[in-house]
Design a protein around this ligand. Structure first.
Ligand SMILES: C[S@@+](CC[C@H](N)C(=O)[O-])C[C@H]1O[C@@H](n2cnc3c(N)ncnc32)[C@H](O)[C@@H]1O
Length: 241
């Protein structure tokens, strides 16, 4: 099991409930804080994921932990795709719903409130994507197994997630960013003091690299590759069923 970092100390709520509450609370500011905290690099990371899906020529796609929809909306530019997009946070989905109305994407992207650990789908997707979602799952292995289950045979799972750079000076810069800068900016710009402390801390304690690849193989994926991006602050994992 991965180490279970939770957003709020001494809370009687489960991690899932805490995470949902936290994302509901920061939904309105999520997009621009994301841009600031990633120094604008997040768009390029998501583009790498989308390029993978495009090259695979996937048609039926599930975007898990879709949030405000950056990945789902980018995926919608691939011709002929049909996207299901799910999240636990109704407020994050509400921000995305507004965007879909504005961009006239309601026929292409279907939003639902659903738990990654209990997906309401059968074996039906050519590709499943999840960006910066898995480290928030209450049970990582359950979520990974569910994403494996809903993929068609030989379908691909694309995971974008924070990872830890191994080399100087990125290793040191990443520690300062995760433990000091992210919590500080979160404190300054959101009412939820714990949320960004949690996001920073969970980034430094989550399985990454070869450990994550082995986890995916244990779940049942046949092949797994991973590509560190921007010096290793983020990794793209691609796993085939
Ligand atoms: C950091 S945001 C990422 C959103 C989006 N994928 C992106 O790239 O910006 C994490 C999202 O994961 C969602 N989430 C966390 N645990 C979940 C679960 N068990 N099932 C579904 N969504 C979950 C949260 O509600 C939140 O919207």
């Amino acid at each position: 099991m991965s180490k279970n970092v939770t957003p709020y100390k001494d809370s009687s709520l489960s991690k899932k409930e805490q995470v949902t509450l936290m994302f509901d609370g920061i939904a309105q500011k999520y997009n621009w804080l994301n841009r600031v905290l990633s120094l604008g690099l997040d768009k390029g990371w998501r583009k790498k994921l989308v390029n993978g899906v495009k090259a695979q020529e996937a048609i039926n796609i599930l975007d898990v932990a879709t949030g405000t929809g950056d990945v789902a909306i980018a995926l919608s530019k691939i011709p002929s795709v049909r996207i299901d997009a799910v999240d636990l946070s109704t407020q994050m989905l509400a921000v995305q719903a507004k965007q879909l109305d504005k961009l006239n994407l309601n026929d292409c992207i279907k939003l639902s409130v659903a738990d990654a650990e209990k997906l309401p789908f059968k074996e039906q997707f050519d590709a499943v994507t999840v960006a910066f979602g898995i480290r928030n799952f209450g049970h990582l292995e359950k979520g990974l197994s569910e994403m494996h289950r809903v993929l068609r045979p030989e379908g691909f799972l694309y995971i974008l997630e924070t990872s830890r750079p191994k080399k100087f000076p990125m290793k040191q810069a990443h520690l300062v960013m995760s433990n000091v800068i992210i919590p500080l900016l979160g404190k300054l710009f959101t009412e939820d003091k714990s949320a960004y402390a949690y996001l920073g801390k969970s980034a430094t304690q989550f399985p990454d690299g070869a450990v994550m690849c082995n986890k995916l193989l244990e779940i049942g994926f046949s092949t797994v590759t991973h590509k560190p991006l921007s010096g290793g602050v983020v990794s793209l994992y691609i796993a085939q069923k």
